[in-house]
Design a protein around this ligand. Sequence first.
Ligand SMILES: Cc1cc2nc3c(=O)[nH]c(=O)nc-3n(C[C@H](O)[C@H](O)[C@H](O)COP(=O)(O)O)c2cc1C
Length: 184
Amino acid sequence: MGLKKNIDLNVQFPMPIAIVGTMFQGKPNFSTIAWMTRVNADPPMLGFAISKHRLTGDAVLLNKEFSVNIPGKNLTRETDYVGMVSAKRTDKSHVFEYTFGNQKKSPLIEGAPLNLECKLVEKIILPSNLWIVGEITNVWCDPDLMTEGSPDYGKMKSMILTMPDNKYRTIGKEFADAWKINSL
Ligand SMILES: Cc1cc2nc3c(=O)[nH]c(=O)nc-3n(C[C@H](O)[C@H](O)[C@H](O)COP(=O)(O)O)c2cc1C
């Protein structure tokens, strides 16, 4: 591989930050998740990897539904906190103002500009994590943070995580259009 170095296997790519919302024992719980991506186009589905130690995984399997909330950088402190503390030991139900959409066990964070309601469709058991697949059943977006009818992640100041430096970042400046170049 020329001058490239062979590095640690535990490599991470830049990751969008989401907060998964569940209900457990009558209370909402929120946990930060970075290992998340869209996995199916039609119907729209997303997947995320949750460690088997997290209460969030248990709650998703129990309720068969969950929310995905995309915070802006104004929620950095709260986002970091709900990613450090487990509801197994500490009640996180008061960290965010929340409401419900159509699903009654998928609490939606009021202060997050984008909220998705999801139904569990699949779980894959991996050695240390569960891969949870959810179908997106409803999406709610702050109209002030949209451009031409779609979420505008620049306006939202949505967060990206990089590792191993463990930094939150906002998305950078656009520099080219995608889906433009069809010959070289
Ligand atoms: C920035 C950040 C990203 C995280 N991403 C994930 C993730 O993708 N998967 C996961 O299992 N835990 C992730 N965590 C850790 C959980 O959010 C954390 O363990 C949380 O306390 C779990 O709470 P719970 O037991 O109430 O579900 C992340 C934490 C932070 C701070």
